[in-house]
Write a protein of this length. Structure first.
Length: 401
Protein backbone atom coordinates (compact mmCIF):
# COMPACT_ATOMS: atom_id res chain seq x y z
CA UNK A 1 0.00 0.00 0.00
CA UNK A 2 1.33 3.42 -0.98
CA UNK A 3 2.16 6.03 1.62
CA UNK A 4 -0.28 8.91 1.92
CA UNK A 5 0.36 12.63 1.84
CA UNK A 6 -2.12 15.38 2.70
CA UNK A 7 -1.94 18.29 0.26
CA UNK A 8 -3.22 21.81 0.86
CA UNK A 9 -5.22 22.08 -2.36
CA UNK A 10 -6.41 25.39 -3.78
CA UNK A 11 -7.37 24.23 -7.25
CA UNK A 12 -4.76 26.52 -8.80
CA UNK A 13 -1.79 25.87 -11.03
CA UNK A 14 0.85 24.71 -8.55
CA UNK A 15 -1.30 22.47 -6.36
CA UNK A 16 -3.05 20.89 -9.35
CA UNK A 17 0.29 20.06 -10.96
CA UNK A 18 1.53 18.86 -7.57
CA UNK A 19 -0.98 16.02 -7.38
CA UNK A 20 0.41 14.45 -10.56
CA UNK A 21 4.03 15.29 -9.68
CA UNK A 22 3.87 13.74 -6.19
CA UNK A 23 2.49 10.53 -7.66
CA UNK A 24 5.25 10.40 -10.28
CA UNK A 25 8.18 11.42 -8.08
CA UNK A 26 7.25 9.95 -4.69
CA UNK A 27 4.74 7.23 -5.54
CA UNK A 28 2.39 8.50 -2.84
CA UNK A 29 -1.39 8.71 -2.71
CA UNK A 30 -2.55 12.31 -2.39
CA UNK A 31 -5.38 13.37 -0.10
CA UNK A 32 -6.41 16.88 -1.14
CA UNK A 33 -7.66 19.19 1.60
CA UNK A 34 -9.30 22.50 0.77
CA UNK A 35 -9.96 24.86 3.65
CA UNK A 36 -12.80 27.29 3.02
CA UNK A 37 -11.48 30.55 4.43
CA UNK A 38 -13.63 32.66 2.14
CA UNK A 39 -11.85 32.25 -1.18
CA UNK A 40 -15.04 32.84 -3.19
CA UNK A 41 -14.62 29.67 -5.22
CA UNK A 42 -16.97 26.91 -6.26
CA UNK A 43 -15.51 24.55 -3.68
CA UNK A 44 -17.43 21.53 -4.88
CA UNK A 45 -15.90 22.08 -8.30
CA UNK A 46 -12.48 22.37 -6.64
CA UNK A 47 -13.05 19.08 -4.81
CA UNK A 48 -14.09 17.31 -8.01
CA UNK A 49 -11.11 18.75 -9.85
CA UNK A 50 -8.73 17.32 -7.26
CA UNK A 51 -10.19 13.86 -7.79
CA UNK A 52 -10.09 14.26 -11.57
CA UNK A 53 -6.44 15.30 -11.48
CA UNK A 54 -5.54 12.22 -9.43
CA UNK A 55 -6.18 12.67 -5.71
CA UNK A 56 -7.43 9.50 -3.98
CA UNK A 57 -9.56 11.59 -1.64
CA UNK A 58 -10.65 15.22 -1.57
CA UNK A 59 -11.99 17.07 1.45
CA UNK A 60 -13.50 20.55 1.70
CA UNK A 61 -13.83 22.02 5.17
CA UNK A 62 -15.64 25.21 6.13
CA UNK A 63 -13.18 27.10 8.33
CA UNK A 64 -14.53 30.63 7.90
CA UNK A 65 -15.79 31.15 11.45
CA UNK A 66 -12.65 29.61 12.89
CA UNK A 67 -10.49 31.78 10.66
CA UNK A 68 -12.21 34.99 11.73
CA UNK A 69 -12.59 34.26 15.44
CA UNK A 70 -9.30 32.51 16.16
CA UNK A 71 -6.96 34.26 13.74
CA UNK A 72 -8.30 37.48 12.16
CA UNK A 73 -9.87 39.13 15.18
CA UNK A 74 -6.96 38.37 17.55
CA UNK A 75 -4.68 40.02 14.97
CA UNK A 76 -7.06 42.99 14.81
CA UNK A 77 -7.01 43.31 18.61
CA UNK A 78 -3.22 43.35 18.39
CA UNK A 79 -3.22 46.00 15.61
CA UNK A 80 -0.98 43.61 13.68
CA UNK A 81 -0.09 45.27 10.38
CA UNK A 82 3.19 44.16 8.79
CA UNK A 83 5.54 47.07 8.11
CA UNK A 84 2.65 49.40 8.82
CA UNK A 85 0.93 48.49 5.55
CA UNK A 86 0.03 44.81 5.07
CA UNK A 87 -3.00 43.53 7.05
CA UNK A 88 -1.64 39.95 6.86
CA UNK A 89 -4.56 38.33 5.04
CA UNK A 90 -2.66 35.45 3.44
CA UNK A 91 -0.24 35.15 6.35
CA UNK A 92 -3.10 34.65 8.82
CA UNK A 93 -4.72 31.82 6.86
CA UNK A 94 -1.57 29.69 6.59
CA UNK A 95 -1.26 28.54 10.22
CA UNK A 96 -4.93 27.55 10.17
CA UNK A 97 -4.55 25.55 6.94
CA UNK A 98 -1.31 23.96 8.15
CA UNK A 99 -2.98 22.93 11.41
CA UNK A 100 -5.77 21.37 9.39
CA UNK A 101 -3.26 19.43 7.28
CA UNK A 102 -1.63 18.02 10.39
CA UNK A 103 -5.00 17.04 11.89
CA UNK A 104 -6.09 15.27 8.69
CA UNK A 105 -2.71 13.57 8.29
CA UNK A 106 -2.92 12.08 11.76
CA UNK A 107 -6.52 11.01 11.21
CA UNK A 108 -5.81 9.44 7.81
CA UNK A 109 -2.52 7.81 8.82
CA UNK A 110 -0.51 9.87 6.35
CA UNK A 111 3.25 10.17 6.70
CA UNK A 112 3.58 13.61 5.13
CA UNK A 113 1.88 16.89 4.35
CA UNK A 114 2.37 18.98 1.23
CA UNK A 115 1.81 22.50 -0.03
CA UNK A 116 2.22 24.43 -3.27
CA UNK A 117 4.62 27.09 -2.02
CA UNK A 118 7.76 28.08 -3.91
CA UNK A 119 11.24 28.24 -2.43
CA UNK A 120 11.42 32.04 -2.48
CA UNK A 121 8.18 32.92 -0.73
CA UNK A 122 7.04 33.29 2.86
CA UNK A 123 4.27 30.70 2.82
CA UNK A 124 6.69 27.77 2.75
CA UNK A 125 8.02 28.94 6.12
CA UNK A 126 4.53 29.25 7.57
CA UNK A 127 3.52 25.76 6.50
CA UNK A 128 6.80 24.08 7.41
CA UNK A 129 7.21 25.72 10.82
CA UNK A 130 3.60 25.06 11.80
CA UNK A 131 4.02 21.41 10.80
CA UNK A 132 7.19 21.22 12.88
CA UNK A 133 5.30 22.64 15.87
CA UNK A 134 2.15 20.54 15.61
CA UNK A 135 3.25 17.43 13.70
CA UNK A 136 6.99 16.90 14.07
CA UNK A 137 6.49 13.27 13.04
CA UNK A 138 5.37 14.35 9.56
CA UNK A 139 7.51 14.99 6.50
CA UNK A 140 6.89 18.05 4.35
CA UNK A 141 6.82 17.79 0.56
CA UNK A 142 6.89 21.03 -1.40
CA UNK A 143 6.70 20.25 -5.15
CA UNK A 144 6.91 23.83 -6.38
CA UNK A 145 10.04 24.27 -4.28
CA UNK A 146 11.58 21.01 -5.44
CA UNK A 147 10.73 20.62 -9.11
CA UNK A 148 12.72 23.62 -10.36
CA UNK A 149 10.22 24.62 -13.04
CA UNK A 150 9.55 28.22 -14.04
CA UNK A 151 5.95 29.40 -14.11
CA UNK A 152 5.84 28.92 -17.87
CA UNK A 153 7.25 25.40 -17.51
CA UNK A 154 4.68 24.58 -14.84
CA UNK A 155 1.92 25.73 -17.18
CA UNK A 156 3.41 23.55 -19.92
CA UNK A 157 3.59 20.58 -17.52
CA UNK A 158 -0.06 21.03 -16.64
CA UNK A 159 -1.09 21.21 -20.29
CA UNK A 160 0.97 18.12 -21.12
CA UNK A 161 -0.90 16.14 -18.49
CA UNK A 162 -4.25 17.72 -19.35
CA UNK A 163 -4.55 19.45 -16.02
CA UNK A 164 -6.92 22.44 -16.33
CA UNK A 165 -5.50 25.59 -14.75
CA UNK A 166 -6.88 29.16 -14.51
CA UNK A 167 -3.51 30.73 -15.38
CA UNK A 168 -1.94 31.48 -18.76
CA UNK A 169 1.38 33.02 -19.76
CA UNK A 170 -0.58 36.05 -20.97
CA UNK A 171 -2.28 36.44 -17.57
CA UNK A 172 0.25 35.14 -15.06
CA UNK A 173 -1.03 36.71 -11.84
CA UNK A 174 -0.70 34.68 -8.66
CA UNK A 175 -3.75 35.46 -6.53
CA UNK A 176 -4.64 34.39 -3.02
CA UNK A 177 -8.04 35.24 -1.58
CA UNK A 178 -9.65 34.80 1.81
CA UNK A 179 -12.20 36.59 3.97
CA UNK A 180 -9.67 39.14 5.19
CA UNK A 181 -8.19 40.17 1.84
CA UNK A 182 -6.81 39.54 -1.64
CA UNK A 183 -3.11 39.23 -2.46
CA UNK A 184 -1.86 39.61 -6.04
CA UNK A 185 1.66 39.24 -7.43
CA UNK A 186 3.63 38.24 -10.57
CA UNK A 187 3.27 39.45 -14.14
CA UNK A 188 3.61 43.17 -14.76
CA UNK A 189 3.50 43.74 -10.99
CA UNK A 190 7.09 42.53 -10.78
CA UNK A 191 8.10 45.89 -12.27
CA UNK A 192 7.86 48.29 -9.29
CA UNK A 193 7.74 51.26 -11.67
CA UNK A 194 4.63 50.01 -13.45
CA UNK A 195 1.28 51.21 -12.17
CA UNK A 196 -0.96 48.24 -11.32
CA UNK A 197 -3.49 47.69 -14.11
CA UNK A 198 -7.10 47.98 -13.07
CA UNK A 199 -7.64 44.30 -13.84
CA UNK A 200 -5.72 43.22 -10.71
CA UNK A 201 -8.43 44.66 -8.47
CA UNK A 202 -11.68 42.81 -7.79
CA UNK A 203 -13.07 44.12 -4.50
CA UNK A 204 -12.51 47.85 -4.90
CA UNK A 205 -13.52 50.35 -7.53
CA UNK A 206 -11.07 52.96 -8.71
CA UNK A 207 -11.27 55.97 -6.36
CA UNK A 208 -11.86 58.14 -9.44
CA UNK A 209 -15.02 56.16 -10.16
CA UNK A 210 -16.21 55.97 -6.57
CA UNK A 211 -19.43 57.78 -5.55
CA UNK A 212 -19.28 61.57 -5.35
CA UNK A 213 -20.87 61.56 -1.91
CA UNK A 214 -19.18 60.06 1.17
CA UNK A 215 -20.59 57.15 3.13
CA UNK A 216 -20.61 57.11 6.93
CA UNK A 217 -20.53 53.80 8.77
CA UNK A 218 -20.63 53.03 12.47
CA UNK A 219 -18.77 50.06 13.92
CA UNK A 220 -19.52 48.74 17.38
CA UNK A 221 -16.75 47.02 19.34
CA UNK A 222 -16.77 44.86 22.45
CA UNK A 223 -13.40 44.15 24.09
CA UNK A 224 -11.68 45.02 20.81
CA UNK A 225 -13.87 42.75 18.66
CA UNK A 226 -16.23 44.30 16.06
CA UNK A 227 -19.75 43.11 16.80
CA UNK A 228 -22.03 45.58 15.01
CA UNK A 229 -22.21 47.51 11.77
CA UNK A 230 -24.48 50.53 11.58
CA UNK A 231 -26.09 49.48 14.89
CA UNK A 232 -26.92 46.01 13.56
CA UNK A 233 -25.30 43.13 15.40
CA UNK A 234 -23.50 40.74 13.05
CA UNK A 235 -21.28 37.70 13.33
CA UNK A 236 -17.67 38.14 12.33
CA UNK A 237 -17.94 36.61 8.86
CA UNK A 238 -21.07 38.57 7.91
CA UNK A 239 -19.67 41.83 9.29
CA UNK A 240 -16.45 41.53 7.30
CA UNK A 241 -18.29 40.60 4.11
CA UNK A 242 -20.69 43.52 4.42
CA UNK A 243 -17.93 45.97 5.21
CA UNK A 244 -15.94 44.73 2.20
CA UNK A 245 -18.87 45.72 -0.02
CA UNK A 246 -19.41 49.14 1.54
CA UNK A 247 -15.77 50.15 1.64
CA UNK A 248 -14.89 48.58 -1.70
CA UNK A 249 -17.66 50.54 -3.40
CA UNK A 250 -15.89 53.71 -2.27
CA UNK A 251 -12.45 52.58 -3.40
CA UNK A 252 -11.15 51.96 0.11
CA UNK A 253 -8.64 49.19 0.77
CA UNK A 254 -6.10 49.25 -2.08
CA UNK A 255 -2.49 48.66 -1.05
CA UNK A 256 0.60 48.76 -3.30
CA UNK A 257 3.56 47.64 -1.21
CA UNK A 258 7.25 46.84 -1.56
CA UNK A 259 7.74 44.50 1.38
CA UNK A 260 10.60 42.62 2.95
CA UNK A 261 10.12 38.89 2.73
CA UNK A 262 11.40 36.58 5.42
CA UNK A 263 13.69 34.85 2.90
CA UNK A 264 15.68 38.05 2.45
CA UNK A 265 14.33 39.60 -0.74
CA UNK A 266 12.02 42.49 -1.44
CA UNK A 267 8.82 41.88 -3.39
CA UNK A 268 6.07 44.02 -4.84
CA UNK A 269 2.62 43.00 -3.64
CA UNK A 270 -0.85 44.31 -4.37
CA UNK A 271 -3.43 43.86 -1.63
CA UNK A 272 -7.11 44.58 -1.30
CA UNK A 273 -8.44 44.76 2.24
CA UNK A 274 -11.50 47.02 2.39
CA UNK A 275 -12.86 45.68 5.68
CA UNK A 276 -9.43 45.40 7.25
CA UNK A 277 -8.53 48.97 6.34
CA UNK A 278 -11.68 50.29 8.01
CA UNK A 279 -11.57 48.01 11.06
CA UNK A 280 -7.93 48.70 11.86
CA UNK A 281 -8.53 52.45 11.65
CA UNK A 282 -11.64 52.22 13.84
CA UNK A 283 -10.02 49.89 16.36
CA UNK A 284 -6.99 52.14 16.79
CA UNK A 285 -9.24 55.17 17.23
CA UNK A 286 -11.17 53.43 20.00
CA UNK A 287 -7.94 52.35 21.68
CA UNK A 288 -6.70 55.95 21.61
CA UNK A 289 -9.75 56.83 23.67
CA UNK A 290 -9.74 53.91 26.11
CA UNK A 291 -6.07 53.03 26.70
CA UNK A 292 -3.62 55.05 28.75
CA UNK A 293 -0.58 56.73 27.25
CA UNK A 294 1.70 54.00 28.64
CA UNK A 295 -0.53 51.19 27.36
CA UNK A 296 -0.60 52.72 23.88
CA UNK A 297 3.14 53.28 23.82
CA UNK A 298 3.99 49.71 24.73
CA UNK A 299 1.22 48.26 22.57
CA UNK A 300 2.82 49.83 19.49
CA UNK A 301 5.90 47.73 20.19
CA UNK A 302 3.77 44.64 20.77
CA UNK A 303 1.81 45.29 17.57
CA UNK A 304 5.00 45.37 15.49
CA UNK A 305 6.28 42.17 17.11
CA UNK A 306 2.89 40.51 16.70
CA UNK A 307 2.74 41.37 13.00
CA UNK A 308 6.26 40.05 12.47
CA UNK A 309 5.59 36.74 14.17
CA UNK A 310 2.49 36.21 12.01
CA UNK A 311 4.38 37.14 8.86
CA UNK A 312 7.29 34.92 9.86
CA UNK A 313 5.19 31.82 10.52
CA UNK A 314 5.44 31.75 14.32
CA UNK A 315 1.73 31.65 15.19
CA UNK A 316 2.12 28.38 17.12
CA UNK A 317 4.90 29.55 19.38
CA UNK A 318 5.31 30.42 23.06
CA UNK A 319 6.26 33.93 21.97
CA UNK A 320 2.81 34.32 20.45
CA UNK A 321 1.16 33.11 23.65
CA UNK A 322 3.11 35.66 25.64
CA UNK A 323 2.23 38.57 23.35
CA UNK A 324 -1.41 37.53 23.17
CA UNK A 325 -1.66 37.58 26.97
CA UNK A 326 -0.71 41.26 26.92
CA UNK A 327 -2.97 42.05 23.97
CA UNK A 328 -5.99 40.44 25.59
CA UNK A 329 -5.36 42.38 28.79
CA UNK A 330 -5.31 45.67 26.87
CA UNK A 331 -8.69 44.93 25.29
CA UNK A 332 -10.68 44.76 28.52
CA UNK A 333 -12.11 48.25 28.04
CA UNK A 334 -11.88 48.65 24.26
CA UNK A 335 -15.64 48.78 23.95
CA UNK A 336 -17.59 51.46 22.14
CA UNK A 337 -18.60 52.80 18.75
CA UNK A 338 -16.56 54.45 16.01
CA UNK A 339 -17.93 56.44 13.07
CA UNK A 340 -15.92 56.30 9.86
CA UNK A 341 -16.18 58.34 6.65
CA UNK A 342 -15.53 56.51 3.37
CA UNK A 343 -14.82 58.75 0.41
CA UNK A 344 -12.87 58.39 -2.84
CA UNK A 345 -10.43 55.77 -1.57
CA UNK A 346 -9.98 57.29 1.88
CA UNK A 347 -11.07 56.05 5.29
CA UNK A 348 -11.29 58.72 7.97
CA UNK A 349 -12.37 58.30 11.58
CA UNK A 350 -14.73 61.18 12.34
CA UNK A 351 -16.31 60.11 15.63
CA UNK A 352 -15.82 57.80 18.59
CA UNK A 353 -17.56 57.14 21.90
CA UNK A 354 -17.17 54.73 24.79
CA UNK A 355 -18.44 54.32 28.33
CA UNK A 356 -14.79 53.55 29.23
CA UNK A 357 -13.41 56.68 27.58
CA UNK A 358 -10.38 58.28 29.24
CA UNK A 359 -11.19 61.46 27.34
CA UNK A 360 -12.96 63.70 29.85
CA UNK A 361 -14.65 66.79 28.49
CA UNK A 362 -14.45 68.59 31.80
CA UNK A 363 -10.66 68.28 31.73
CA UNK A 364 -10.14 68.89 28.00
CA UNK A 365 -12.47 71.86 27.44
CA UNK A 366 -11.34 75.47 27.38
CA UNK A 367 -14.96 76.59 27.76
CA UNK A 368 -17.35 76.85 30.68
CA UNK A 369 -17.11 73.78 32.90
CA UNK A 370 -13.33 73.51 32.73
CA UNK A 371 -12.16 71.62 35.84
CA UNK A 372 -8.46 71.35 34.95
CA UNK A 373 -6.40 72.95 37.74
CA UNK A 374 -4.09 75.21 35.75
CA UNK A 375 -2.51 76.54 38.94
CA UNK A 376 -0.77 73.17 39.33
CA UNK A 377 1.09 73.58 36.02
CA UNK A 378 4.03 75.77 37.17
CA UNK A 379 5.03 73.37 39.96
CA UNK A 380 4.73 70.40 37.61
CA UNK A 381 6.90 72.12 34.99
CA UNK A 382 9.44 73.06 37.67
CA UNK A 383 9.90 69.39 38.65
CA UNK A 384 9.67 68.05 35.09
CA UNK A 385 12.31 70.45 33.79
CA UNK A 386 14.68 70.05 36.75
CA UNK A 387 17.04 67.50 35.10
CA UNK A 388 17.36 69.68 31.98
CA UNK A 389 18.08 72.77 34.06
CA UNK A 390 20.71 71.01 36.18
CA UNK A 391 22.48 69.50 33.18
CA UNK A 392 22.56 72.82 31.30
CA UNK A 393 24.20 74.44 34.34
CA UNK A 394 26.96 71.87 34.85
CA UNK A 395 27.40 70.84 31.22
CA UNK A 396 26.89 74.11 29.30
CA UNK A 397 27.93 72.57 25.97
CA UNK A 398 24.53 70.86 25.80
CA UNK A 399 23.11 74.23 24.85
CA UNK A 400 24.92 74.01 21.51
CA UNK A 401 23.26 70.80 20.41
Amino acid sequence: MAEKVVLAYSGGLDTSAAIRWIKEEHGMDVIAVTADVGAEKDLEAVRKKALKVGAVKALVMDMRETFVNQFVFPALQADAIYQGVYPLATALSRPLIARLLVDVAHKEGASAVSHGCTGKGNDQVRFDVTTAALGPDLKVIAPARDWGMTREQTIAYAKKHRIPVPVTVASPYSIDVNLWGRSVECGVLEDPWAEPPEEVYAWTVSPQKAPKEPLYVEIGFERGIPIALNKKKLGGVALIQELHKLAGKHGVGRIDHIEDRLVGIKSREIYEAPAGTVLFAAHKALEAMTLSKEQLRFKQTVAAEYASLIYNGLWFSSFHQDLMAYVQSTQRHVTGTVRVKLFKGTCTVVGRKSSYSLYQHKLATYDVGDQFDQSAAPGFIQIWGLPVRVQSQVQPDTKDI
